[in-house]
Design a protein around this ligand. Structure first.
Ligand code: HSE
Length: 438
């Protein structure tokens, strides 16, 4: 009988503590029929904190890099987070020392995934990262293994639980952005720095991993167009509702004529679409592939136990001796990603303008759009909250005007809005949200 796989966990935050709990609960079940798994070491910033877990039986390391190099370890589990610094140093040290690595660190993979995969390949060890994208949903395995017989055309979805939680609660309970974010932090969904969530960067990190697996390309997070949700206002959510949409932060990676388009931005989706039904911390990933067609995976995208479920699955794979190419292909066979510029993107747009309440303003805006050959699908002007009979006073206040367009290009809508701004009819920067109807 093989010796058990000796595991060390670095980082005992929400996810790390859950991993320790699951490993101790499922020690026997995980080992059934194969090599056992034993937690032998832990490392974290503070030792004497009550995490509700028993770590007395394993070695404590103040320094995760020292644990990564320890001779008593076969598999290093990195749950520290961050693209550089100690997480990177520890993962490199572990791989270099010939240890398998399991990580949930999407920021690290987005920035250094290719180099780390090369190092793992050189040492003949695993670099496993199921937990890095979409929390508990097994989407990495799905793309890398289950869909190996397919050419992938598109991967898209809701990849950040915090943003979906915030947008859902703002829409359904009328709560403020700040209150919803505070709750997401309290529930352990948000990143240590929540700007990564609400700024769209966490979604971009995850999308870069999925795109590499889907298209057999070198991971390239810099090629992703990123917009977050912080500019979404209660009025946008209300207008979306009135127009038959919900707003979701989507990540989309797809093959196009000009290359691979990768984008992250708030998106209006029809209220009756499948993606619009995904609420709260739930994530959903839709994969369009040539042989199988369309597959959607839905599940918890954040939170300790859900993410730990994916981490433990990777540890279990390592224990079974599954050491494949991290991104599905040997690194030398991954293509360079050919980036499709965002300006080429085509689709419908929601545009919200704060228009100065004076004669001809709305007509001038419509004219600018017509000149750019942009066809309006709808136009709504909201009455100002307080009536005012004085045209001079009215001309200094702004009223919301919301337009939706039929399909046009990013270049055309941006150029038209530049002209609208230059005409001086609006009081603040336009709000632009892309519409996806499928
Ligand atoms: N902060 C992330 C989220 C955690 O909200 O989805 C999972 O990666």
């Amino acid at each position: 009988m093989d010796q058990p796989l000796r595991v060390g966990v670095a980082g005992l935050g929400t996810v790390g503590a859950s991993v320790v709990r699951i490993l101790s609960r499922r020690e026997n079940a995980l080992g059934r029929g194969g090599r056992g798994i034993r937690l032998v070491g832990v490392s974290s910033r503070t030792r004497n904190r009550d995490r509700g877990i028993d770590i007395d039986r394993c070695a404590w390391f103040d320094d995760p890099v020292a644990m990564a190099r320890s001779q008593d370890l076969d598999c290093f589990v990195e749950l520290i987070g961050g693209s550089d610094g100690v997480a990177k140093a520890a993962v490199e040290a572990a791989l270099d020392a010939g240890k398998h690595v399991v990580t949930a660190n999407k920021a690290l993979l987005a920035a250094h995934g290719l180099d780390l995969a090369k190092l793992a390949e050189k040492r003949g060890v695993a670099l496993a990262f199921e937990a890095s994208a979409a929390g508990g949903i097994p989407v990495v395995k799905t793309l890398r293994e289950a869909l190996a017989g397919n050419e992938i055309i598109r991967v898209s979805g809701i990849l950040n639980g915090t943003c979906n939680y915030i947008l859902s609660r703002m829409e359904q309970e009328g709560l403020s952005f700040a209150d919803c974010l505070a709750d997401a932090q309290r529930l352990g969904y948000a990143e240590a720095d929540p700007t990564f969530d609400v700024g769209g960067f966490d979604t971009a990190h995850k999308l870069s991993i999925l795109a590499s697996l889907a298209f057999g390309t070198e991971i390239d997070a810099d090629a992703i167009y990123v917009e977050g949700i912080s500019s979404i206002t209660p009025l946008d959510l209300k207008m979306a509702d009135d127009l038959g949409f919900r707003i979701k932060l989507l990540g989309v990676a797809e093959r196009s004529k000009s290359g691979i388009e990768q984008r992250v931005h708030p998106t209006m989706v029809p209220k009756d679409s499948a993606i619009a039904q995904v609420m709260g911390v739930t994530n959903a990933v839709t994969i369009d592939a040539d042989a199988v067609g369309e597959i959607t995976l839905v599940g918890p995208g954040a939170g300790g136990d859900a993410t730990a479920s994916a981490v433990v699955a990777d540890i279990s794979d390592v224990a079974r001796g599954r050491v494949g190419a991290p991104f599905g292909l040997p690194t030398a066979r991954l293509d360079k990603l050919k980036r499709a510029p965002m300006q080429r993107h085509e689709g419908g747009y929601y545009v919200r303008l704060s228009v100065l309440d004076r004669p001809g303003a709305a007509a001038a805006i419509a004219t600018r759009l017509a000149q750019a050959d942009i066809s309006l699908e709808s136009i709504v002007q909201r009455r100002a909250e307080t009536p005012n009979d004085d045209p001079e006073q009215r001309s200094h206040r702004a009223v919301p005007v919301v337009l939706t367009t039929y399909a046009t290009s990013e270049t055309a809508i941006r150029a038209a809005l530049e002209k609208v701004i230059a005409d001086g009819h609006i009081a603040e920067a336009p709000q632009l949200i892309r519409i996806e109807r499928e």
